[in-house]
Design a protein around this ligand. Structure first.
Ligand SMILES: *Cc1c(COP(=O)(O)O)cnc(C)c1O
Length: 359
């Protein structure tokens, strides 16, 4: 079986974890600070705050911007549930805006129509590793005096116009094992804003900046030093992981060129291909679901991200008063193929042959 995702861990991570275990400093030690510094430098921001996972990173970011009950946050209905959950966890209201079928990201031209006096933020997702159109989003945000929180959980190292995602606004990352780099469970928030960074550090640590002094109610959203030690080693390898992802995509593109009825993602500069997501349109010879079943039968772990848009999920039905036709159509057409760094050329040959066999 060629899995859809697989973490790539080596002797470096093993040694780093052992070092932490032997030190006895499993939490609130030096490794978290070291990982935060390295990550901030990599993204090109002043501050990086490590968290327990990507969901808590997003939740803390929404809270740190003072967003809560009565406030609206514009986001995409075509993402992992955590994006919308973070808005709800803060007591705010998600307002969905449809996506662009060429990028699977928020359609910037539809955002202004969704802005009201209650809108406090735009929460774009750099879905599948492709940056959202940050220039357009930033000009909308500036015009309406609202903030941007980037969900970069799938886009470590991705660049838009030569700048890393997570450096445009408040960036939120996840280090879950399926992501481009991992710490097991883990997350990171990036910002250039000193005061925001201070608020974030309080929120993730029981409202405390000084031991046993609590200025506000907060959470325990801290990362462990075991996770941070893994993260430090993974970060060193991230660029090579992302290069391998792009090389795998190039290879598949050469093998498949063009197939009527299938739309391949473009090899956009700065795209880090967290997922390689094709569209099996109704013009293709077989349905998307038969396509999927046939590849899985051949040992190719393809998967559908995401089969149900958020506004169709039970918990979000009250927020989905409108329809989002593109998101709904994409949910019917998308299919992601394994291209992660442990996928070999032989694997890619198998994948290409399986797809050719269906065409
Ligand atoms: C993975 C992911 C998250 C949540 O991260 P966790 O570390 O799993 O909590 C949030 N948003 C998106 C788009 C993700 O892919």
């Amino acid at each position: 079986m060629i899995p859809i995702a697989k973490p790539l861990l080596g002797a470096e991570e093993q040694a780093a974890v052992l070092h932490v275990l032997n030190s006895g400093m499993l939490a609130q030690g030096q490794k978290v600070a070291e990982f935060e510094q390295a990550f901030a430098q990599f993204i090109g921001v002043r501050h990086a705050i490590a968290t327990s996972n990507g969901t808590t990173a997003l939740h803390a970011a929404v809270l740190a911007h003072g967003i809560g009950p009565g406030d609206e946050v514009i986001t995409t209905p075509f993402t992992f549930i955590a994006t919308a959950n973070a808005i709800k966890m803060a007591g705010a209201t998600p307002v969905f805006v449809d996506i662009d079928e060429d990028t699977f990201n928020l359609n910037a031209s539809l955002i202004e129509a969704a802005i009201t006096s209650k809108t406090k933020a735009i929460l774009p997702v750099h879905l599948f590793g492709l940056p959202a159109e940050m220039d357009k989003l930033q000009s909308i945000a500036r015009k309406h005096n609202i903030v941007i929180i980037e969900d970069a959980a799938q886009a470590h190292g991705a660049e838009f116009q030569g700048k890393k995602v997570g450096s445009f606004a408040t960036g939120c990352f996840s280090f879950y094992p399926t992501k481009n780099m991992t710490t097991g469970e883990g997350g990171m928030i990036t910002t250039n804003d000193n005061q925001l960074a201070e608020r974030l550090r309080k929120i993730i640590n029981h409202g405390s900046t000084q031991k046993y002094v609590h200025d506000s109610v907060g959470y325990n959203y801290r990362m462990t030093d075991i996770a941070a030690a893994i993260g430090i080693e993974q970060l060193k390898k991230l660029e090579s992981f992302n290069q391998k992802r792009r090389a795998n995509v190039r290879y598949l593109h050469q093998k498949l060129a063009s197939i009527p009825g299938i739309i391949f993602p473009s090899l956009t500069e700065g795209h880090v291909f967290h997922q390689y997501t094709i569209r099996v349109t109704p013009k293709f010879r077989v349905s998307r679901d038969i396509f999927l079943k046939s590849l899985v039968e051949k040992g190719i772990g393809c998967s559908i991200f995401y089969p149900i848009p958020i506004h169709k999920q039970k918990a979000y039905v009250p927020y989905g008063s409108s329809t989002y036709p593109v998101a709904e159509r994409m949910a019917q057409e998308v299919l992601s193929l394994p291209i992660h760094p442990t996928v070999s050329e032989t694997d890619l040959d198998t994948i290409a042959a399986a797809i050719r066999g269906l065409a």
